[in-house]
Design a binder for this molecule. Structure first.
Ligand code: G3P
Length: 217
């Protein structure tokens, strides 16, 4: 499973990218606003930090203007992915971009039929929002399973990018459900490698080792 980080905070991303385990980055207008910096230089910096796919989202609502914004975003770096909303206009733009070989991420997906339409429009990634569905009393992970089945039924190559992740359990369940990628907030990424028994076990190993007086190097 590919692990993307869902952030526009360049400093935080820098420290996470040092692990070598960050495969890509997703941003959205809210994350850009939260970072408080200009969108274009921010995306350029992120693209230089992480060589994998970096999603930059359009804010236009009609396809012609989305395509103009996509041109500006694409010029930033070769690893930019154009993120488009799951609307009719967004899908029109997605189809046009995919025909030109431009990578796309169709976002704000809340149903399996929306994901079907995005795949038909040639989306590189589909972003089902698990957490927001759960917040709304619906089954976010069930949506990932449905999309996996539909894409496998027809051989669609669109990659399922589980988004709106709230917990490490979401990451586990998305992996079990066959999501191709998950985009994860920095705090959840840091929690993925933590376990209290790992910490306790290591403490005991080091204590026993110190008592031997040995050294390996
Ligand atoms: O970037 C899209 C998605 O991951 C947003 O998550 O937490 O705002 O629902 P959230």
């Amino acid at each position: 499973m590919h692990i993307f980080i869902d952030t526009a905070d360049v400093a935080e991303l820098d420290s996470l990218a040092e692990t070598g385990l960050v495969d890509g980055v997703t941003t959205n207008p809210s994350l850009i606003a939260k970072a408080g910096k200009a969108i274009l230089p921010t995306l350029k910096e992120i693209c230089a930090l992480v060589p994998g796919p970096v999603s930059g989202e359009v804010v236009a609502v009609n396809s012609a203007d989305m395509l103009k914004e996509a041109e500006v975003l694409s010029a930033l770096a070769p690893n930019i992915v154009i993120k488009l909303p799951l609307t009719m206009e967004g899908l029109k733009a997605c189809k046009a971009l995919s025909e030109r070989g431009v990578k796309t991420n169709v976002t704000l997906c809340f149903s399996a039929v929306q994901a079907l339409m995005a795949a038909k429009a040639g989306a590189t990634f589909i972003s089902p929002f698990i957490g927001r569905l759960d917040d709304n009393g619906q089954d976010g992970m069930g949506l990932i399973r449905e999309i996996r089945e539909i894409y496998d039924n027809y051989g669609f190559e669109t990659q399922i990018l589980a988004a709106s992740i709230r917990t490490t359990g979401h990451v586990r369940d998305a992996a079990l459900a066959g999501a191709d990628c998950a985009t994860i907030p920095p705090a959840i990424f840091k929690a993925l490698y933590k376990h209290v028994l790992t910490d306790l076990g290591l403490e005991a190993f080091l204590k026993d080792w110190a008592a031997t007086g040995q050294s390996i190097t």
